[in-house]
Design a protein around this ligand. Structure first.
Ligand code: AMP
Ligand code: MG
Ligand code: MG
Length: 306
């Protein structure tokens, strides 16, 4: 019964349902045609979909878990009238809770929310790059992650639109089938809209067989999860905690790793600064991750440190 389930499982099961609802909002804003774009900074757009999706996610968590810290990307005025999402994902609710989380109460979780990751791509019509990211941290570490991809299958009329992927380290993953990257190839995925000379220098030094340039941290990590790329390399401080918390949880649950480019993990405590100032390095196989940590040159590492 829902009321007797551990808080963590209720939180994850709600995160799946609320992420799905945020996906409906994202599609609705696009179909109405007025994106309401505001520039938050250089090359950092926000749309009506980012705003409304965040209001929905944070409003729901605040009502259902009022003592929990929830940190969202968008800086919004207090929301007063959130539509409550009444459903909850039964499959996730019925998972076996990791032992160390069974008795953790809501005030000891921190939730990092990117209501729409890949906003630049959303405004440019690269819709499969768009994701909703909800990451749950406990004692500084990601313990659960949900990635919803609202436009999955959007080019294929016959298949269902959208999907939701989740992962819990020590428990497993759902919503997709993990696939290993091709052996003997170095396929590196990186930013398409936030290139810098240092990002390029890091890529050049790794001598990849192929560089994939796609939007969003969520979508890049999905390429790792489904064997389309070997590593995600971003030697720049632009990515934030809400970009990496959910992807890190899912990658870890399937045996991968996400760290800074020095190979050190980020802390997801509520008091942490938002930017991932030491860059992002992720791989679905921990051996690949190790290779990339060892092969990113010191000169690049020196340029990307806090
Ligand atoms: P990208 O790989 O460029 O799609 O970025 C992944 C995530 O990090 C997105 O949420 C971006 O908005 C964010 N990001 C990366 N670099 C920057 C930057 N220079 N300014 C603002 N946001 C950035
Ligand atoms: Mg983002
Ligand atoms: Mg965003």
């Amino acid at each position: 019964m829902a009321t007797t389930s551990p808080v963590f499982l209720r939180l994850m099961a709600n995160a799946v349902a609320v992420a799905n609802h945020a996906g409906n909002i994202i599609r609705e804003v696009m179909s109405k045609g007025d994106l309401g774009i505001v520039e938050k900074g250089v090359n950092d757009p926000q749309t009506e979909a980012d705003r409304r999706a965040q209001q929905c996610i944070i409003g729901n968590f605040n009502k259902k878990f009022p003592l929990m810290s929830v940190i969202g990307e968008e800086d919004l005025a207090q929301e007063t009238d959130t539509e409550l999402v009444s459903d909850i994902d039964k499959e996730v609710l019925n998972l076996k809770c990791p032992e160390d989380l069974v008795n953790v109460t809501e005030e000891d979780f921190v939730v990092w929310v990117d209501p729409l990751d890949g906003t630049a791509e959303y405004t440019e019509g690269m819709l499969d790059h768009v994701t909703v990211l909800i990451g749950i941290a406990h004692k500084n570490r990601p313990v659960g992650g949900v990635i919803h991809q609202p436009y999955y299958n959007y080019k294929n009329d016959k298949a269902g639109l959208g999907r939701t992927l989740w992962g819990i380290p020590g428990v497993g993953v759902g919503g997709f089938n993990p696939v290993a990257p091709p052996e003997g190839k170095r396929l590196v995925v990186t930013t398409r809209s936030h290139m810098t000379p240092v990002v390029q220098q890091a890529l050049d030094s790794l001598k990849p067989d192929e560089i994939l340039r796609v939007g969003g941290a969520g979508y890049k990590v999905m390429l790792l999860m489904e064997g389309k790329a070997t590593a995600y390399v971003f030697a720049s401080p632009g990515c934030k905690k809400w970009d990496t918390c959910a992807p890190e949880a899912i990658l870890t649950a399937m045996g991968g790793r996400l760290t800074d480019i020095h190979g050190d993990p980020y802390s997801y405590a509520s008091t942490e600064m938002h930017p991932n100032r030491r860059g992002v390095l992720a791989a679905a196989k921990s051996d690949d991750h190790k290779w990339f940590v060892e092969n990113i040159p010191d000169a690049v590492k020196q340029l990307v440190k806090s």
